[in-house]
Design a protein around this ligand. Sequence first.
Ligand code: B16
Ligand code: MG
Length: 214
Amino acid sequence: MITTCIFDLDGVIVDTAKFHYLAWQRLAKELGITFTETDNERLKGVSRMESLDILLSLGTRTYDARAKEEMAARKNAWFVDYINAMKPEDIFPGVRELLVELRKKGYRLGLASSSKNAGTVLDRVGIASLFDAVVDGNMIKNSKPDPEVFLLAASKLKAKPSECVVFEDAEAGVEAAIRAGMKSVGIGSPKQLGKANQVVARTGDFKAEWLDKL
Ligand code: B16
Ligand code: MG
């Protein structure tokens, strides 16, 4: 029986995925690397340094650890500029309503994001209080597709993996949910997220009563 819903942040609750893309693209341009939206799909749910390695693998040069730290910090500063301007109306349509309804029905809610900036985003859009537990990129060693972020969220929520469903927009995130032994709802295209138990185009399309049939 599902008792607990665990939400990814970027691409599920807010459209910060587009800010990550714009910031990575700006860095790629400075480095003379071609970086498309298709390339960006591989970065979703993946940590900042792993994302940088994927981006650099599209070019020909190699960089030492210090240069890479500096590039990641530069990209993050651009990303932080975007998220600092976020407002409550930046939540995807219907998502706040879904969270409130799930809480009313007695489900426990968790947030599990690979992002070290997740706390800032939650504060800016004003929904931190809707979650019983938050796990972000500062609390984990291994990012998705490793199940660590979801298993830590479940343990904070005192739920067994079999009682949890994960809402995810990234292929790596759906894979992480499967490895954690949890059900998943994919947010996006069935072609990309076909391994999820159900796929909806937008988080706000999901109906609380579907949880029993996953
Ligand atoms: P940061 P999620 C992930 O968040 C993003 O999908 C991914 O693109 C990003 O690289 C990662 O967070 C790290 O973010 O640089 O802010 O620490 O989708 O797991 O909520
Ligand atoms: Mg995501």
